[in-house]
Design a protein around this ligand. Structure first.
Ligand code: ZN
Length: 490
């Protein structure tokens, strides 16, 4: 040992900043075999699970030792690189190195072994450190946890060497290889998939489930996402909710309302029969529910199984092509634009403080590819375009709360109408040229509209409303085939 290393050891012995972290284990392995396996530093990661990687092949006094540690918990995503100087090597007895490269940190680690006779050996790990990192509470806690991790994994490793020796009568590199790599590979693969699932769930929640409330005017608030967008209109002691979402967004919405509004929902408008705007009706058993006159029929025809279990939540106040309801003293105009997103749409107009707010329901998807319902009572593509254009013409200065997507103005609606026209025109010319549905999907490029895809659920199937599906749906609507395949398997 060199003189400066000896003086550092003496300082450490006198430091008392931490007790050494140490332990031993006895193994049924002759000392010569144990040493031979141990002295290959590049084998360490295969039997000693505190190591991720080690650079050196052999242990030579005076040389540097370079390696990377595994994290102290397998799911912490760090690898800690370390560099040390080998200060002692005594064959079949011990190896010591010092870590001096880090500011405020000096550590000394010894692996030692002892011949117990009869083909048995004692293997041990000893580590002690000093410096400001050991004196400070937070870093001290980390280092002691880390030293304990190193000691425990090392002793476990010695037992693993013992089991290989018992089985094979020797400890070969190949035996070590077979032992550990598949387990590490599997763990990494599992970790990768957990991360993938975790980040997908977080993304999905952020994108589609989390509610965002926007106060449009005093007493008029849009609560976006978590299903179809919802609108709250309050006047005096009455509270109107336009569209009630579906579980779990509908529960989040009811909680949001209880927390932020001091009166209960007294009336509901369903803009159309689709589940993502109506299933949340069950959250408000005392509210009166308005809808266009054919909506209960459509609910029974199209989602009969669900509504037969929830009949009390079906709309009972049915309106014709135009009606005005009152929320306190605030009139709310309900208009049926004719067949559009469905055959039973309503939009709601609130005129307040010289401004118009229009809750459009799914007549408008803003920035998303629209969902198209091909079933009976479903979409009329040309009627939809006319309805969107009608809103632009009638309410050029209004604030629009779309069925899906962010708050819009008439410019956004104009753009949406242009998208619907472009889609319809492309389909019409494809069909005129005798192009099949699948060819049309391959040929028509909708990417320049920069629309986002939107998930919908039907019969426990997740279906993305995206460019390809818009082409499939529009193709069938234009061809008049209307084969409803909501689970997206074309
Ligand atoms: Zn919807």
């Amino acid at each position: 040992m060199r003189a400066d290393a000896a003086s550092r050891k003496e300082a450490l012995d006198n430091s008392n900043e931490m007790a050494p972290v140490q332990g031993t284990v006895d193994v049924d392995v002759p000392i010569t075999v144990l040493w031979e396996a141990f002295a290959h530093a590049n084998w360490w990661p295969r039997w000693n699970k505190c190591f991720f990687w080690a650079h050196n092949r052999d242990l030579i006094e005076g040389q540097r030792l370079v390696w990377a540690f595994q994290p102290i918990r397998w799911y912490y995503l760090y690898k800690m690189f370390a560099i040390a100087n080998i200060v002692e090597v005594e064959k079949e007895k011990k190896v010591t190195w010092e870590v001096t490269a880090m500011p405020g940190f000096y550590a000394r680690h010894t692996y030692h072994m002892e011949d117990l006779g009869g083909g048995r050996s004692r293997f041990g790990s000893w580590e002690q450190a000093m410096g400001s990192q050991i004196r400070a509470g937070l870093t001290r806690r980390f280092w002691i946890a880390h030293f304990t991790f190193v000691k425990d994994r090392s002793l476990e490793g010695a037992k693993m060497l013992e089991s290989i020796y018992r089985h094979d009568g020797r400890i070969s590199e190949a035996a070590l290889h077979g032992r550990t790599n598949w387990a590490r590979g599997l763990a990494l693969l599992l970790l990768f998939f957990l991360l993938l699932i975790g980040s997908s769930v977080a993304w999905f929640y952020e994108s589609y489930v989390r509610l965002t409330a926007v106060e449009i005017l005093p007493g008029v608030t849009a609560v976006l996402d978590g299903g179809g967008n919802s609108t709250l209109v309050r006047d005096g002691d009455q509270l109107l909710l336009i569209d009630t979402k579906f579980p779990p967004g509908s529960t989040l919405l009811r909680r949001w309302i209880s927390k932020h509004v001091d009166i209960p929902v007294s009336m509901i408008v369903n803009t159309h029969y689709h589940y993502d705007h109506t299933q949340g009706n069950t959250q408000y058993p005392r509210a009166v529910i308005y809808a266009y006159q054919n909506v209960p029929d459509l609910m029974r025809k199209r989602d009969g199984a669900w509504w037969s279990q929830h009949q009390a939540a079906m709309p009972t106040k049915l309106v014709g092509d135009e009606a005005t309801i009152r929320v306190g003293s605030q009139p709310v105009l309900l208009v049926h634009p004719g067949p559009a997103h469905t055959q039973g749409d309503l939009y709601a107009v609130i005129h307040r403080d010289d401004k118009d707010v229009v809750a459009t329901g799914d007549i408008v998807f803003n920035t998303y590819y629209p969902m198209m319902d091909l079933g009976d009572g479903g979409m009329d593509l040309h009627g939809l375009r006319a309805a969107v254009q009608g809103l632009v013409d009638k309410y050029p200065n209004a604030i629009f709360i779309p069925g899906h997507g962010p708050i819009a103005n008439s410019e956004d609606l104009r753009r949406y109408a242009a998208y619907l026209k472009s889609l319809t025109d492309s389909i019409d010319s494809a069909q005129h040229d005798g192009v099949t549905e699948d060819e049309a999907v391959a040929r028509i490029d909708l990417s320049s509209w920069h629309l986002r895809k939107l998930p919908t659920f039907h019969d426990n199937h997740l279906c993305w409303s995206n460019a390809a599906m818009n082409i499939h749906w529009a193709y069938q609507l234009e061809a008049g085939t209307r084969i409803q395949r909501l689970n997206c398997t074309f």
